[in-house]
Design a protein around this ligand. Structure first.
Ligand SMILES: NC(=O)c1ccc[n+]([C@@H]2O[C@H](COP(=O)([O-])OP(=O)(O)OC[C@H]3O[C@@H](n4cnc5c(N)ncnc54)[C@H](OP(=O)(O)O)[C@@H]3O)[C@@H](O)[C@H]2O)c1
Length: 250
């Protein structure tokens, strides 16, 4: 009988890439969402619907996130789970370097909650997705002068490669922390913004500005440390695929 996978965040940026891949791999997939018509209606913030949503799941792939409240959401999920499903959690590369930032502190707390839950688990830390970084770059490209964070070093990755890796981890779980997953090359925000402008034939000035509180990022804190794996899809490949679509009112 095929495994049943409950996917939290299955309607989100990453989750909506993972769900069809899991189904194509022959798994039975249930998507948890607050939206009407969801396979499993539930709210991680309040715990509503979670006991029913998690029932019978062999694997819980936890992709849900919100700007605030991820530790409460994760604690609610873990306390609702019956039995001993394998929990696969998606986290972010480099969060140890930013323990004071609200969102990354929350991700670290979620990792600890899962590790201390007594359930079998896998944590995959992924780098920032190209899609996530492109969204503000597109918006800023309307401005004649584009301020960007100076020295913002990242090694972003294509979200489809993260989705592929998550399917592998659901099918063949790695205990504990899996090697981090990043893209093929370290990049800077300024360089990526310029690449986007070139790809869309715009002439704008990019102005790197030093943002207070980002010293650790400038020192490479968001870059991966061994052990890590790299995806094959480059920023240029990604821009070639989607980046030249212009935003509507440009
Ligand atoms: N974005 C990146 O660049 C990046 C990089 C590395 C790792 N990650 C990690 O990858 C994971 C997915 O990120 P993403 O960017 O794909 O997220 P996203 O698009 O913002 O997705 C948010 C998802 O979370 C669900 N959600 C939020 N609050 C909920 C609640 N109270 N109850 C139930 N569901 C809730 C939403 O479901 P409904 O609205 O349908 O209820 C939605 O499906 C996160 O853990 C993130 O930290 C992201």
């Amino acid at each position: 009988m095929s495994k049943t996978v409950l996917v939290t965040g299955g309607t989100g940026r990453l989750g909506s890439l993972v769900v069809p891949r899991l189904r194509a791999a022959g798994l039975t997939v249930r998507v948890l969402s607050r939206r009407p018509g969801a396979d499993a209606r539930g709210d991680l913030a309040t715990g509503e619907g979670l006991p029913v949503a998690t029932r019978g799941a062999d694997v819980i792939l936890h992709c849900a996130t919100a700007p605030k409240g991820d530790p409460t959401a994760t604690a609610n999920l873990l306390s609702a789970v019956p039995g001993r499903p394998h929990v696969v959690y998606v986290s972010v590369v480099g969060i140890d370097a930013m323990p004071a930032w609200g969102y990354t502190a929350g991700k670290l707390r979620c990792e600890s909650l899962i590790a201390e839950s007594g359930l079998p688990y896998t944590v995959l830390r992924a780098a920032q997705f190209y899609e996530y970084l492109l969204a503000p770059m597109r918006r800023m490209a309307r401005w004649p002068l584009i301020p960007v964070p100076a020295g913002f070093h990242v090694q972003p990755v294509d979200a489809t490669e993260v989705a592929d890796r998550l399917v592998e981890l659901v099918l063949s779980p790695v205990p504990g922390r899996a090697p981090d997953l990043v893209g093929p090359a370290p990049l800077t925000w300024a360089g990526m913004q310029r690449d986007y402008l070139r790809a869309t034939s715009r002439h704008r000035r990019v102005l790197p500005l030093r943002i207070p509180g980002t010293a650790k990022v400038r020192a490479g804190g968001l870059l991966p440390k061994e052990p890590y794996a790299t995806g094959a899809i480059t920023w240029a490949d990604y821009l070639g695929r989607v980046g030249t679509e212009r935003p509507r009112r440009s």
